[in-house]
Design a protein around this ligand. Structure first.
Ligand code: DP6
Length: 353
């Protein structure tokens, strides 16, 4: 162990998921999760991951567990565990620590269904691990290091409220002295407005709880093969500006129109990629149809869909119950998650190990 890793201790962090208003889809550098385009999201108040990291100076390998809703610990599935192990190795390289970790992680919402579990999971893992190594990170550095997990959207889960992630075209390097070992130019998110600025709600209609058929990383890889990809990029500067203005002026109609176009275009690109990716199911369409019908009845709500079949429905607080009532009555909807805009990650003593 290197001499600067004093204060090794068990640490627990909780980090929020986020819903992208303008989507990250397509990377200039997939391994470093540097996106082609800027994205904007809302950090969520309810959907989150709690993660405990225990340094094991006596161990000879990392151990990764998932904690289920009953509190039982199971070994993490191979694909997810592999991503966690690589990230742990990256973080210990960054901190100059050569020991191992035992990790337990728990989501309060379904994993790998396009609801942002990688974003919250890797932000929580990054914060807990660096804290276990005795490091205090600024939100910017947490954003860069979380992103380096390969889950680009984790860059946004490092912060609360309304968040923009410029990606690789920002000139400043996240606190150079503290950045990853190699030069990691740009790539941290920034807060556009704090959660208190605008109390938006997100009623999530869960139509599928099984893992999505194709991981986002594969979607990013294939994005450029869609004939509509370049066109979407051309449309983005105007969309980004509208979303920023919608947030600044708390104008849900302005924001909502872009949200829905972005949701449709992400899936249009995915469905027209080679080979194509179909995340939507019949249930997704049923929810979209209901949201449009609600608006005709004066219920001002808008849908957004990340890389999965489940639908986020964004509205203001006075309409949340009406939205939940209508979505809850649909045959396709298995459960509803009542969410809203929330704060960034926190460290706590609520350990899982
Ligand atoms: C459609 O590469 O961040 O959600 O590793 O699964 O978290 P995960 O995905 P990531 O891509 C996110 C794609 C998206 C849009 C977005 O969140 O910006």
């Amino acid at each position: 162990m290197s001499t600067d890793t004093v204060g090794l201790e068990k640490a627990t962090a909780t980090a929020p998921a986020n819903i992208a208003f303008v989507k990250y889809w397509g990377a200039v550098d997939l391994e470093r999760a540097l996106p082609v385009n800027r994205s904007i999201s809302m950090t969520l108040s309810h959907s989150c991951t709690r993660c405990t990291v225990l340094p094991r100076e006596d161990g000879s390998s990392h151990e990764v567990y998932l904690v289920d809703e009953t509190g039982d610990r199971v070994e993490a599935p191979e694909g997810f565990a592999g991503r966690v192990l690589s990230h742990l190795d990256r973080l210990r390289g960054w901190a100059g620590y050569d020991g191992f970790f035992r990790v337990a992680t728990r989501n309060n919402f379904p994993m790998a269904t396009g609801l942002g579990s990688s974003a919250s999971g890797f932000a929580a893992l990054t914060l807990a691990t660096t804290r276990a190594l005795g490091r205090e990170l600024s939100p910017r550095t947490l954003s860069v290091l979380s992103r380096r997990s390969g889950s680009g959207s984790a860059a946004r889960s490092a912060m609360g409220g309304y968040v923009e992630w410029p990606g690789g075209d920002v000139p400043d390097v996240a606190e150079r002295g503290l950045a990853a070992p190699e030069d990691d130019s740009g790539g941290h998110a920034r807060v556009l407005a704090p959660a208190e600025h605008w109390d938006l709600r997100d009623v999530v209609a869960v139509v599928e709880t099984g893992a999505k058929p194709v991981p986002s990383v594969e979607g990013h890889r294939r994005a450029g093969t869609s004939p509509y990809y370049e066109r979407r990029l051309e449309l983005l500067p105007d969309r980004l500006e509208r979303v920023r203005r919608g947030i600044r002026e708390r104008d849900l109609e302005l924001l909502g129109a872009v949200l829905e176009r972005e949701a449709v275009d992400l899936h249009l690109v995915a469905m027209s990629s080679r080979p194509p990716i179909f995340y939507w199911t019949g249930g997704t369409l049923e929810v979209i149809r209901e949201v449009r019908a609600m608006r005709e009845d004066g219920v001002n709500a808008y849908f957004s869909i990340d890389a999965g079949p489940n639908v986020h429905v964004i509205c203001e607080p006075d309409l949340e119950d009406a939205v939940a009532g209508r979505l809850g009555s649909l045959a396709a909807v298995r459960t509803l998650i009542r969410d809203g805009v929330g704060q960034g990650p926190i460290v706590s003593d609520d350990h899982l190990l």
